[in-house]
Ligand binder design. Structure first.
Ligand SMILES: [Fe+2]
Length: 176
């Protein structure tokens, strides 16, 4: 057996049957893997800010960010498993996440609490946009199951955005 045939056989072991068709599976799995990378990147950024937040609202912000990080992390497994159900392969390493993520890291030594919240609010809002785009790809191919999961995750991301928006507003100087 030549190398190509061996590689094809190895790949076939990971191929899960589904009735949506090859193209649908490829398009949706591709979009989901990029989303998964964003979820991991945003999870770690939210934890980073949870660990490094400081100031008078420490307890509130620290707890809010922990709750949001938990929700982001809880979404990662269903996204990856959805990709496998479609017959695709999913992320394998931190390096793989780094290659696909569109959510930017923030390795700054110090970030003010309000800048942290504003940045996460923007990241979550962008995540909503990308999930809506992915929902469109699912609609094109009639993948109602992925679409329905995305609807729940969009609602959760909009809730995170709402909380971050309100918490940021509380920090505005009155009269400005
Ligand atoms: Fe913690």
């Amino acid at each position: 057996m030549n190398e190509k045939a061996i590689a094809a056989r190895r790949g076939a072991k990971l191929h899960t049957p589904n009735r949506l068709g090859e193209k649908a599976a490829r398009d949706i799995a591709g979009a989901l893997n990029a989303l998964l990378a964003d979820f991991f990147a945003l999870y770690l950024k939210t934890k980073n800010f949870h660990w490094h937040v400081s100031g008078p609202h420490f307890r509130d912000y620290h707890l809010l960010l922990d709750e949001q990080a938990d929700q982001l992390y809880a979404t990662t497994d269903p996204i990856a498993e959805r990709v496998r159900k479609l017959g695709g392969t999913t992320l394998r390493s931190i390096g793989h996440i780094a290659r696909l993520q569109r959510t930017a890291d923030n390795d700054a030594e110090y970030v003010t609490p309000l800048d942290m919240l504003a940045e996460l609010r923007e990241d979550n809002a962008r995540l909503v946009d990308r999930m809506r785009e992915t929902h469109g790809v699912c609609d094109e191919h009639g993948d109602v199951a992925t679409a329905s999961l995305l609807e729940v995750w969009i609602d959760e991301a909009e809730r995170r955005t709402w909380f971050l928006f309100e918490a940021t507003r509380a920090g505005e100087t009155p009269g400005l």
